[in-house]
Design a protein around this ligand. Sequence first.
Ligand code: FAD
Length: 410
Amino acid sequence: MKKIVIVGAGISGLYLANLFKENPNYEVTIYEKNSSIKLDEGYGIQLSVNSIKLLNNIGFNNFNKEEIFNPEKIDFYEIKQENKICDLNISDFNSKDCKYTAIKRSKLVGFLKDRLDDNIIKYDYNITNIESNSGQISLTFNNTVENFTLIYLTIVPLFYENFKKIFYEKNYAKHENFYIFLTLVFLTFSLVLHQLLTKNQIFIFFLIPILTAFSHISLNQSKLKFKKSICSVIILICLFATFKYHLRYNENRKFHELKNINFQLAIDAKKIHKKLSGLNWITPKFKDNPEKEINLINQIFSILKKDTRKKMVITNYPFFSVILEEDLHAPSRVYTGDGTTHPLKDSDFTLNYKKMMDNLILKNNISVIYVIDKTDENVIFHYLDLYQHCYEKISLHSQLESYELKNCND
Ligand SMILES: Cc1cc2nc3c(=O)[nH]c(=O)nc-3n(C[C@H](O)[C@H](O)[C@H](O)COP(=O)(O)OP(=O)(O)OC[C@H]3O[C@@H](n4cnc5c(N)ncnc54)[C@H](O)[C@@H]3O)c2cc1C
């Protein structure tokens, strides 16, 4: 599989990613320097017949006709005298499927974005340099430092105090405080690295109060003249960070995939099950109609409930085991579809993964595997794709497939 990187989630980048999406031989990532794509701008743009022809390749012909306008004529006027220069009959350029079109820019961007899997777009990645070296392309980002500034600020007093002691205190390198300092430094930078490599979005920020506490202890033991003021500053930084990230992530749920969701549309999740009451339900996939998604979930719930056999359920809805009160033997809690939660086809780890799945199925006497929403690219599960001859696939519902286990020598 070829890895493709697109710099910038503008109209061009999103369109290009849509083209690559059609071909399973390419794995596309878009790096966008902003932290979200703005979909609330109202201004309109005009799209030529040629642009529409290109957009139709990715399904623009099915776009809601009420959101677009197809002007027939444009009148040109002089700015100063307001004399008419000419009328241009632009409909002459139109064909049946490709018409000169006016549309809100945000609607077009929304259309291009919604067709892509959320994981494809990596926000807050500002690319500063691209280099090609003997066939290898390397990208340089400048977000590494920027993104974690508050964490670095809280560790600065620790660095200062410990380096000072290394130079001025004999045998400080053997002191337990120095080992604590080294542990904190390694922990911080390994977690920063981990954050950059994985899909974790917020857990790194737990470091801020911990580092603040250790910096505070270290400053209290120091003879620094302004230690009280510095302590106050780092405590203020810690309070600011806690408040900021609480509002951003806990209150406003500004995770990458929920950034453009209108939470006013969310509905009480008790409509799924009373165990979920008090939670509000809305997901990026059904962001305009959460009720529709809940109906689908309820239909799937009834089918699964009726089946009393030992089953494995593969889904990005991790609450099914809770509401069914049953172990669903899922190999993973979520399926990101990018190699993070299960190996991609042709990966070096596919065989190991197969062994793990075989064990799980045999050990638990699984007789059927359910896959909820097989159209979700994240969920598409190559284990089942690779060993199709071992299963009988049955389509039970638009969003649910079952794989009945057959005798299989593999
Ligand atoms: C006022 C105005 C009116 C327009 N009207 C029309 C019109 O009516 N019809 C029409 O067809 N066109 C119109 N255009 C032009 C159209 O908007 C552009 O052609 C189109 O947006 C270009 O798309 P793009 O993806 O190449 O760039 P952009 O839309 O500019 O997107 C670039 C993206 O890359 C990101 N980015 C930039 N640098 C980096 C980096 N180093 N690392 C990571 N990400 C980065 C940016 O944040 C941005 O999201 C208009 C433009 C303007 C300014």
